[in-house]
Every structure is written in C-alpha cells, then in structure tokens.
Write a protein that binds this ligand. Sequence first.
Ligand code: NAI
Ligand code: MG
Length: 365
Amino acid sequence: SNPSILILPGDGIGPEVMTEVVKIIDWYGAKRGLTFDVTHDLVGGAAYDAHGAPISDETMEKAQSVDAVLLGAVGGPKYDNLDFSVKPERGLLRLRKEMDLFANLRPAQCFDALADFSSLKKDIVAGLDIMIVRELTSGIYFGEPRGISIENNERVGINTQRYTESEIERAARAAFDLAMKRNKKLCSMEKANVMESGILWRDVVTEVHADYPEVELSHMYADNGAMQLVRAPKQFDVIVTDNLFGDILSDCAAMLTGSLGMLPSASLGAPMENGRPKAMYEPVHGSAPDIAGQGKANPIACVLSFAMALRYSFNEGDEATRLEKAIEQVLADGVRTADLAGEEGVVPVSTSEMGDKIVEALDAS
Ligand code: NAI
Ligand code: MG
C-alpha cells in the first residue's frame, strides 16, 4: 500500500502554506509515481472551534497510525484568552508527547541566493548546511522536582535537569543515524565541566559511538558551541544536544540563514512496525496572524518540511534533494515572497505563485 500522510494545516497561515505542499505532493504522484495516501484533519484553534479541544482523540489515533504527520501552524489572537488546557499549542504538545517524538531535527541551511539575508558575513554562511538534533521530551523542561516554593521566607524557583541513560542513548542514536545519512560527522554539546547530566551525556554518546565507528565524533561545551556556531558554523555537520541547549542553539543557528519563512523541522520517535520512525514535520514559524489570509506567507519552510519527510520517513533522499534543488533554483531566479523581498525593486510573489514556481522548477528537473 502507499505510504500515508496526515495533513494538519492548523490556523492562520498554516492552511495557506499547506495548500502549496499539497501541490508538491500531487506533483510527486503524477510525475514521479510516488503516491501517498493523504488525509486531512484539524488541529489547534480550528479543532477547538469544531470539537472544543485542540486535537480530538480520533485525530490523535490517525496521527499514531500514519507514516508521517505534516503540520502547518497553530494559534492566533482569537484563542489567546482560552483556558490553558484547550489552547491551540496544547494540540501540538499532545502530538509530541503521545507520539513520544524525542528527537527534534532542526536544519540550518543557507541557500546561496539568500546569503545576504543572514545577519552574518556572506562568506561565513554561504553554502551552510548543518543539522541540530535536540532531545525533545526530557531534561530541565520536564524534570522533577519543579515549582516555586518558599524557603527562608523567600520564593525559590526550581527546575531539575534530569536525563536517564536510555533517554540520552535514543537521542544519540537518532543523531548518529542522521550523521550516517549525511557527512558522518557529529558534534555533541553539553556542559560536562559543570553538570552531572552533562558528564553522563558525554559518556553515553561516547558509548553509542562504538556502534557507529565510521562517524567522526567530537564533544564541545555548549557555551563554546554557541560561540563557534556564530564564528564558523561550517565546521559542523550534525550537532546533538539536550532539550534546553538545543532550544537555544537551534534558534541561534536558524538566524544564521535569514527568514523564519525558510526553516523546516522534523520530530522523530521510535521506529514503528514497518521500520519507519514515528514522525511529525512542521515549519518552525507560527501562524503569523499579522499576514494570515493575505496570500503573503512564504510556503518554503513547509515545503522543506515535506522534503525532510521524503528523506527521513520515506527513504526518498534523492527526491528530497530534487525538491530542495527546485527551491534553490526558484530563489536563484529571483522569485521572492514578501518576507524575502528585501532588495529594492523586487516585486514579491504570492504564496500560491511561489508554490507554482516550485512545481515549474520540479517539472524542469
Ligand atoms: P510567527 O512565527 O507566527 O510570526 C513571527 C513573524 O514572522 C511575523 O511577523 C510573521 O508574519 C512572520 N512569519 C512567520 N512565518 C512566516 C512565513 N511563512 N512567511 C512570511 N512571514 C512569516 O510567531 P508569533 O507572531 O510569535 O506567533 C503567532 C502565533 O503563532 C501565536 O499564536 C503563537 O502562539 C503561534 N505559534 C505557533 C507555533 C507552531 O504552531 N509551531 C510556533 C510559534 C508560534
Ligand atoms: Mg525556542
């Protein structure tokens, strides 16, 4: 049977950018014989409006059974005053938690045509293509004890950084697997100099390395890592790090490349029976209420997220590269959505025109 995809467009610009992804999915079916069984469902505010919950149990069941979930974005001013338990982002959190998506993959890729967009010098970022693997389901955001308590007549805020061996091991394996599909180079970042969890992290990553002798492994303190990412990011290929450091380092790496409208992500879990990992793919950006409904959104982050699905869920690395090359071509041709139309005299295209241009470039590939 065909591989299956659940599309959850969500709110704001989510449905707008997802419409362009559907064009690309259709192209693969028509022109490359790569047909997917696609179903659509609601998440976020859209699901709340329909069911009173940011994701329904039925949708959760579908998400658990498909080969890959593609999500647009959730949230918006309309839902800002809802009770926390039904807020749109709770839909996302439920998906991540119940699918146990422990490895968050955040690429930072700089297309040559956009190198001027980086806040860094062009030669530092041109051609950049790195991947940060952030542990997503444990660490200081979840560790117990946590809370605000009173000690000696003053308030104390408490969070606990806690990692088990198996939590580190599975994140490390995801990163080594990825390194094997890329340039066989992995840098692990922690603070083993001052943190016990960092010492364990370094030990476990080193142990897992024994199963991946072809991968060149290095270790770096995360603070130095932040500095190196800005100083000379091209020294890295795959970086693996914990939840907290990964949150910060991936945002830092993201901005090396320019617009939020360009950044995809993947969140992977354990392998399913068919060998594919549980997986959800989504752009890094949110629902962008300021531009929603105006045809201004850049669909590339969402399209690149689908490219990641091709590579990591469907083992279609060559087709993923084809799609990335098509995007590179469109950008090299000077086609720009409003967020990228920095230079003077550039007339931006609409969301759907950008999608059409990508399809044209695919046709020519
Ligand atoms: P945002 O990412 O939605 O927007 C930030 C800025 O970037 C806005 O000016 C927006 O117009 C622009 N932008 C974002 N994506 C773009 C695209 N594809 N093309 C062109 N411009 C783009 O973040 P913000 O404004 O902080 O949050 C808006 C809503 O989205 C909130 O309700 C927030 O909770 C939600 N959100 C949802 C996320 C998700 O679904 N994963 C992630 C971040 C925020
Ligand atoms: Mg963040």
